[in-house]
Write a protein that binds this ligand. Structure first.
Ligand SMILES: *[C@@H]1O[C@H](CO)[C@@H](O)[C@H](O)[C@H]1NC(C)=O
Ligand SMILES: *[C@@H]1O[C@H](CO)[C@@H](O)[C@H](O)[C@H]1NC(C)=O
Ligand SMILES: *[C@@H]1O[C@H](CO)[C@@H](O)[C@H](O)[C@H]1NC(C)=O
Ligand SMILES: *[C@@H]1O[C@H](CO)[C@@H](O)[C@H](O)[C@H]1NC(C)=O
Length: 480
């Protein structure tokens, strides 16, 4: 009896233990299954989203030479930066565009290596080399001849191809051939606008922003036939003062005093430029500009400055309009011209207003007779101070179209190519110089919201169209 009782309790305990064992085993199995699933999902996620840490990847760096490992590690750093680049789809509220003439890809490369000492590569980086996006713009001026700078810029700002722009015939009494620049579109959409140049305000780039098609020699009235003036045609300087686009500029800083006024002071450090247009007797467009602003209702604060000291003493934040005509001819021809840094500082003061977007176009001609890499370093330093605003789309365009003369004479490039063979027999240095002078595609570097739109190779018409899209300018919905 006692025996059966013991057997019974033993069997009961055994059954109890096996149940426990079963539960334990089941739990372990389940845990294992869940872990496997989790690991599987994680790996899948990492592969899909590329969040795997590149530096953790087991690569062959451990058995390469120290020197190679060093550079591989640097490469990994750059790769990590590239993987962090993502497109920001917000709309920029402000646009800063720096257009540098006289620099193309070979010249930029030469400047990079001129400033590096060979010890490290980081010294030679310009600020735009760190921008997230880059593109090339085809430069029609390098394959169309003869190429007129005014037409090339009209094409760039209006988004109409160069060939079509060149077909437009000037007719002063008709607005048929009127092209709307991206800057005018921005003004109509309520953006504040500014132009800063180290040439003349009436130069090819500037005039294409606000003036209607005119022969490029009509930069002022001095070279216009009397008949054209009597027929009501306006030169570029006049259009800057009288056109709606010209009047709407909040900031205009540059040269060209002798085109606006007949009587200008001439100094050794700021001579009258005999190669440029000169205003006819009696003209005083600067006074006209002042009178025009005085008549504005409601009255707005404005300032007209003609010297660097005057510019540095104004308070841009309190101004609605600023006109600075700071040299008789090109600004680069005035030894006492204000620095680009000062001009941009004041321009930004005038443009920046809470809740209002703005566009600032900066044109800078590199002086070929001075050290190019030093000029680029100065631009680099100036530009560095203007970055960092999260709503700012910044574009740096480096171009070399030889646009210096108002109209490039009969296909300089064709001549260059035909004499190239002869040049091959010349000294190596001379050949290099000539190759660098050949117009090539423009380089465009972009940073900030919507910079993702600039990639690959584009026609020059792409710039204007993309900018008006990026800034959200609804041209067609408006009464123009
Ligand atoms: C390059 O680096 C070496 C060692 O760091 C240094 O002695 C040398 O002066 C540097 N060269 C230049 C041109 O700076
Ligand atoms: C350009 O500016 C950046 C930022 O100020 C600086 O780190 C870099 O060294 C400069 N590059 C050159 C070539 O001067
Ligand atoms: C200019 O355009 C107007 C209007 O389209 C036209 O009537 C006039 O004949 C044109 N003038 C010339 C010189 O082409
Ligand atoms: C410049 O003008 C703004 C707006 O009128 C004002 O708030 C600011 O104090 C002025 N700055 C100086 C340095 O006078």
């Amino acid at each position: 009896m006692a025996k059966t009782q013991r057997l019974k309790s033993f069997c009961f305990q055994l059954r109890f233990k096996s149940t426990q064992l079963f539960i334990l085993g089941g739990a372990v199995l389940l845990a294992l299954l869940v872990s496997v699933l989790c690991i599987g999902f994680t790996i899948r996620f990492e592969v899909q989203h590329e969040v795997a840490n590149v530096a953790d990847v087991d690569y062959w760096k451990d058995w390469v030479a120290i020197e190679q490992k060093l550079w591989y590690d640097r490469g990994i750093e750059e790769l990590k930066r590239a993987m962090r680049v993502h497109s920001r789809q917000r709309q920029p509220r402000q646009l800063l565009m720096l257009m540098v003439h006289g620099i193309d890809a070979p010249a930029l490369a030469a400047a990079r290596f001129a400033s590096a000492d060979g010890n490290s590569s980081s010294n030679s980086d310009f600020i735009w080399d760190r921008f997230s996006h880059a593109a090339r713009l085809k430069n029609s001026c390098s394959y169309s001849s003869p190429c007129d700078a005014a037409a090339a810029f009209r094409s760039l700002w209006s988004g109409v191809p160069l060939a079509a722009v060149q077909r437009l015939r000037n007719n002063c009494s008709s607005r048929e051939s009127e092209l709307l620049s991206v800057l005018r579109q921005a003004q109509l959409a309520g953006f504040r606008t500014g132009l800063v140049t180290n040439q003349r305000l009436t130069g090819a780039l500037g005039s294409a922003l606000y003036a209607q098609v005119t022969p490029s020699s009509w930069e002022c009235d001095g070279l216009m036939p009397v008949g054209a003036i009597e027929a009501g045609c306006q030169d570029v300087a006049q259009q800057l003062i009288s056109s709606a686009a010209g009047q709407s500029f909040n900031v205009l800083l540059g040269g060209g005093r002798q085109l606006f006024n007949a009587k200008v002071p001439s100094y050794e450090w700021d001579p009258v430029d005999e190669l440029l247009c000169r205003a006819r007797a009696g003209r005083n467009l600067l006074r006209d500009w002042r009178n025009q602003k005085l008549k504005l209702r409601p009255s707005r604060r404005f300032e007209l400055v003609q010297q660097a000291q005057e510019l540095s003493s104004i308070n841009g934040s309190s101004l609605e309009y600023l006109l600075g005509v700071l040299a008789n001819g090109d600004l680069s021809g005035n030894a006492r011209a204000p620095t680009l840094q000062l001009m941009l500082h004041k321009a930004m003061q005038v443009l920046q207003r809470p809740g209002v977007g703005h566009l600032l176009l900066v044109e800078h001609y590199v002086q070929p007779q001075l050290a190019v890499s030093q000029q680029l370093q100065l631009l680099n330093a100036t530009l560095s101070q203007l970055l960092g605003h999260k709503d700012q789309l910044t574009l740096v365009v480096l171009t070399n179209g030889n646009y210096l003369s108002a109209s490039r004479d009969m296909s300089e490039e064709t001549q260059l190519v035909s004499t190239l063979e002869k040049a091959f027999q010349g000294p190596e240095l001379e050949l290099q110089r000539r190759l660098q002078q050949m117009p090539s595609e423009s380089l465009l570097f972009a940073q900030g919201p919507k910079s993702v739109l600039f990639y690959g190779v584009h026609d020059e018409t792409y710039l204007a169209q993309t900018l008006s899209h990026a800034l959200g300018i609804d041209v067609f919905g408006r009464q123009l």
